[in-house]
Design a protein around this ligand. Sequence first.
Ligand code: 5GP
Length: 113
Amino acid sequence: MEKNIFEKIISKELPADIIYEDEISIAFKDINPQAPIHILIIPKKRIEMPIKIKVEDEQLVGHLFVVANIIANKLKINDGYRLVMNNGENAGQSVFHIHLHFLSGRKLSWPPG
Ligand code: 5GP
């Protein structure tokens, strides 16, 4: 199966500004940031979209939120960040490898567009 763009970042075939990495996840700056801080937190395992998450992925997906906490601590952000995961094109998903958007550094409006 051909690697998707995020798998090429995982394998370091494509460069990325990596903020955090462990055995099962990696986090890097978004190439087209929508806020002063915009980081993508992804599992190394290929899961195309949130709706494809299976019961056996529970721990893995939970881990992405723990990584978000690690990043918030690392960047000393105690408040005012948003975690978003888009499912499908209508929700704005453009890369089909699940990723948690970590957005911060400006006032974030609600509801999102
Ligand atoms: P989605 O629209 O699927 O929720 O989010 C995909 C995100 O990946 C977008 O915010 C987009 O800017 C980012 N992105 C797409 N290609 C690359 C890339 O090659 N490198 C990095 N760092 N981010 C990317």
